[in-house]
Structures are given as C-alpha cells and as structure tokens.
Design a protein around this ligand. Structure first.
Ligand code: NAD
Length: 427
C-alpha cells in the first residue's frame, strides 16, 4: 500500500476519535445521524426524506423497511427518526416542489401538507452539486453547478459542504448515499488501480473520475460512509477501497435491487433447487419518471443493463440466453412495469415457461432501502469496520464484496453480520 500523502487536507484524526469512542450500546446514545443524499431532489431521495418526516411525525408505519423486521431488533440500530438530511443537487428545484409532484404520483399525497416544514428545513441544507464526466445528458441538467476546473477542486468543494453540514449540526457520523442520475459508462483509467497513482493523477490530469466517484472520494477521505445506490462507478475503484481502508471508512453498492431484479434473484433459485434448466430469460421494463428519461440515453442504459443482467448467469453456472430492455414511457409517471418471459426445460426435455408482471412505484420501493442502508452503515461505523460492506449484498443488483447472488442466502448473511459480535475498534 502506498504511503503517498493525499492531495488535499483530510481529517483522519476525527475518524479515529469517532471510532475509539465506541462502546457497547453506543447506538442508544445516537441523537442525530447525518445523511447526505447526492441527487437530493430526485424521486428516491425525495421519498426517503419525506418518508422519514412522515415516520418522525408518527403519521406512517415502517412497512418496506428491512431493518424494521424483528430479526434486526437486537442490533440496536439508530432510530430512523434520528436522521438529519442534507444533500447535493444540480437542478434548480426544491425538495418541496419535488415531493409535491412525486408523492402525488405515488398516491401518498395525503400527508404532504403535514411535512412541508420538514422539507423546507432540508431544502435549506441542499448545496449545488458537481457534474464531471457523467455524460452529456446529466451535464445538460446541471444548471445549478459551480464552475470547476479539476477533479481535485470538485473533491474539495464536496468535502467543504460535508464538513459544514457536520459542523453546523454537531454530527459525529455521516453516511453519504448516491441517488443521483445514472452516469454514462466511463473508460477505466490505470490510475484507479492504487491510491498513490490516483492521487498523482488527480494533481496532473484534468479528469480522472466521474462525479459519482468524486463524491465517494470526498466522503471516504474523511472517514464518512459512502453508499452507491446507482449503477454509476461510485466507489467501485480499487484505489477508493484503499482510501476507505486507510481512513477507517465503510462503503457499499451498487445499484439498489428493488423490482424486477429482486424477483429474478429469488425465482432463479427456484429453478436451481428444482434442477429445472433455464434456457432463456427476457424482461422488458417500462417507466415514466426522470430516472426512465435519463436511462433512455444509450450510454446510461448500458450501465443499468449491465447490473440488471448479472444475476442469472452468476446463479446458475451455465449459459442462459438473457436480455433486459428498458424504455421510457412518459404517461406512466412513477410507475414501473416489468414483464418477464422465462423459458425452462424439465423432465424428459419438456419445454415450459413462466411469465410474470411486476408493477410498482419505483421510489416507494427504493426509499426505505436507502434508510436501511444508512442505519446499517452507521452500525458498521460504530463497530469500527472499514472497507467494503459485503454483508449489505441483498440490497444491490451488483453487490460489491460478495460473490453470493441468491437473495435468501444474501439475507441470511446479512442477519449473521447483524448478530455477530464486533468488539474491534480502530487503534
Ligand atoms: N427507483 C428505484 O427503484 C431505483 C432502483 C435502483 C437504482 N436506482 C437508481 O437511483 C438513482 C436515482 O433514481 P431516481 O428515480 O431518484 O432518479 P431521478 O432522476 O428522479 O433523480 C436523480 C437526481 O439526481 C440529480 N443529479 C444528477 N446528477 C447529479 C450530480 N452529479 N450531483 C448531484 N445531483 C445530481 C438529478 O438532478 C435528479 O434530481 C438512479 O441512478 C437510479 O438508476 C433507482
């Protein structure tokens, strides 16, 4: 591992202090847990923030939250009500305006008026984001971005915003979640292979990382947790894991598993365990929200299709003809519909099929998972863990740090991780 200094000032002492403060049951003392959403006015972020406000006001339950299952009770996770939000956004809009539209589209507008003041408070903590190497479509959205000359300047700016948020609210822990629009696929850069090469490239090359990874760098460099809920590159870079390990930070990703892929990861196991041979699996998704519009760009769609198409091949161990389509259908609004056709072979080579339709509000399915991921990353922070959190695999289509693709097995590993004794703290 390289010992080269990072190209800008970070605060490792703060990380060490937080980690060494850990004591059993420390979670109970959590008063406020910082949550920073990149893409703060998008559908997923808006429903996550609005949902937490609804829960805090006792106006709604916890259905859809994985960590509200009884199995998680012993983990003593930070209460959802303790979350305080801030975020980066590149569009000139407000959370109040987004929530008004999205909550209506998801059929949950009845509680909107009761949480307007909570949303306004978060609006006051949303800062202009950065757009670098994330594709022209996103850069076109970015009308509220400061002029930035280099990746390094972008990292500094993000870090400054995160530090100001922590200082203003007196936060000891922060989890940064990327729920920004999917970026176009970027070509790999040799500098991603190690932290020393990355740090050098950041000082010599004008553009080394896309925006999702610059946010990750900024978060991890000060020991904050980073979660990539999108298929964008994020922290999926060897050098950034090295940074996380060094700074005592945790990270997880990528691409939230909320709909068709979730069903796939359960049904595939059925075929494997019954020894039925999968021959082909084709799915078509249609959706009408901004995420759908973003994904109508071929480069961004490629990133999404890559993570959606992984599951079956990984689980069966033989070649299956697969295909996934995504199309933007504006009239559907927040609704996402997926049709899947599964061709399989049974006893005596008999040919059969399974077909299903999934229809859901994408952000209603995704937002509670974002809240779950924050609680679980915070638990890992308290335990003094560092690096990739492979145990969070059931939340992702393309999980980092786990070779397991079967949903039930992933969930069992998560429960095991939850109940493990973690006495270790950073020295
Ligand atoms: N909804 C789901 O079920 C689901 C599931 C898995 C993954 N995801 C992923 O989560 C992400 C968010 O989904 P969504 O439906 O909320 O999308 P969205 O388009 O509604 O929201 C994305 C937001 O990010 C903002 N943004 C874009 N680039 C940014 C940048 N560089 N910095 C700061 N803000 C930026 C946009 O202005 C927009 O407000 C997408 O990448 C999507 O693919 C969503």
């Amino acid at each position: 591992m390289s010992d080269s200094p990072l190209p800008f000032t970070v605060t490792p002492s703060e990380v060490a202090r937080e980690a060494s403060d850990i004591s059993p049951g420390a979670q109970k003392t959590v008063k406020r847990l910082g949550v920073w959403l990149v893409g703060a006015c998008g559908s997923v972020a808006t429903i996550a923030i609005a949902g937490q406000a609804v829960m805090r006001r006792g106006l709604g339950g916890a259905i859809g939250l994985v960590t509200s299952r009884p199995e998680f009770a012993s983990a003593d996770l930070a209460p959802i009500e303790s979350f305080v939000f801030g975020g980066h956004e590149i569009r000139k809009t407000s959370l109040v305006a987004s929530a008004n539209g999205i909550m209506r589209a998801c059929g949950v507008a009845d509680v909107f008026e009761s949480i307007v003041s909570d949303l306004e408070e978060v609006d006051g903590r949303i800062r202009p984001g950065i757009t670098r190497a994330c594709g022209r479509e996103i850069e076109r959205l970015g009308i509220n971005v400061p002029p930035i000359a280099s990746d390094l300047e972008a990292i500094r700016l993000i870090r400054k915003d995160l530090d100001a948020f922590k200082a203003e609210l007196g936060l000891t822990h922060l989890v940064v979640v990327n729920v920004a629009s999917t970026e176009a696929v970027v070509d790999a850069n040799d500098a991603w292979q190690s932290l020393s090469r990355l740090d050098e490239a950041l000082t010599t090359e004008p553009s080394v990382l896309p925006a999702s990874s610059l946010y990750a760098y900024a978060a991890l460099s000060a020991g904050d947790a980073y979660v990539n809920f999108t298929p964008s590159l994020g922290s999926r870079v060897r050098a950034l894991n090295e940074l996380a390990e060094r700074r005592g930070a945790v990270h997880a990703g990528s691409d939230g598993k909320t709909g068709e892929t979730l069903v796939k990861s359960v049904l595939t196991e059925l075929f494997v365990r019954r020894n039925l041979k999968l021959r082909s699996w084709f799915g078509q998704n249609i959706l009408g929200n901004d995420d759908g519009r973003t994904l109508s760009d071929p480069m961004r769609k490629a990133a999404k299709l890559h993570s959606k198409d992984q599951v079956i091949r990984r689980m069966v161990g033989y070649q299956v003809e697969t295909g996934v389509g995504i199309d933007y259908v504006q009239s559907l609004g927040e609704t996402k519909v997926a049709w899947d056709y599964v061709h399989f072979e049974g006893f005596l080579k008999s040919q059969m099929n399974l077909q299903f339709t999934w229809s859901g509000y994408d952000s209603i399915l995704a937002a509670p998972l974002v809240l779950d991921l924050v609680r679980l990353c915070h638990l890992a922070q308290l335990r003094g863990e560092r690096g990739i959190l492979g145990a969070l695999a059931p939340f992702f289509k393309d999980p980092m740090g786990s070779a397991e693709s079967a949903f039930v097995a992933q969930d069992e590993s998560l429960l095991k991780w939850i109940t493990e004794e973690h006495g270790k703290t950073l020295q």
